[in-house]
Design a protein around this ligand. Structure first.
Ligand code: ADP
Length: 171
């Protein structure tokens, strides 16, 4: 595993990093889960900026400021809803990670934190999602010198244990 990849169990809204990623929905106007937590902690300025973005397609990403959050930026990406695996879900999830990392480079983000995109109400199988996230981020970092650090932020024990074992397995 690339040494620029870290794993923590935490609430992503508390992190003092350059950018946190939001697992948003395509409206970018807020929702439940991590999206709701980010909007609550960021305050109304975030929603106002999001309204100007005209939504976001699945697999794509858009950046805003962090407002009242301790991070400078929020990178909003829309993960795929899991419909059983025959609707390009795996490629779309990989695109989320890749497009967030591209935006990070463009905005000089050195430390970026990701939640476990699509593994909540979008029901992407957690083990498959973790394997895709780790593979995509690792191959990106192997080809780029920035960002300096990518933090996977797990909120639930199940994801944390999964990531820990997958990261340990490839050491
Ligand atoms: P999605 O619609 O992409 O599935 P969810 O927000 O429902 O998005 O879930 C994505 C992941 O975010 C889940 O693994 C969930 O445990 C996690 N999550 C929820 N709240 C937070 C938080 N405050 N910080 C970090 N991760 C969170």
């Amino acid at each position: 595993m690339n040494s620029r990849i870290k794993l923590i169990k935490s609430d992503i809204t508390t992190l003092h990093v350059d950018a946190i990623v939001n697992a948003a929905n395509s409206s970018l106007l807020g929702g439940g889960g991590v999206d709701g937590a980010i909007h609550r902690a960021a305050g109304p300025g975030l929603l106002a900026e999001c309204r100007s973005l005209n939504g976001c397609s699945t697999g794509e990403a858009k950046i805003t400021k962090g407002y009242l959050l301790p991070c400078k930026f929020v990178i909003h990406t829309v993960g795929p809803v899991w419909y059983g695996g025959n609707n390009n879900e795996e490629n779309l999830l990989a695109s989320c990670y890749k497009n967030c990392l591209k935006l990070a480079i463009e905005n000089n983000v050195k430390i970026i934190a990701f939640p476990n995109i699509s593994t909540g109400v979008y029901h992407f199988p957690k083990e498959k999602a973790a394997a895709i996230a780790l593979k995509e981020v690792e191959s990106f970092l192997n080809n780029e010198s920035s960002p300096e650090e990518v933090i996977f932020v797990c909120f639930d024990d199940e994801n944390y244990i999964l990531y820990k074992s997958l990261m340990g397995a490839s050491l």
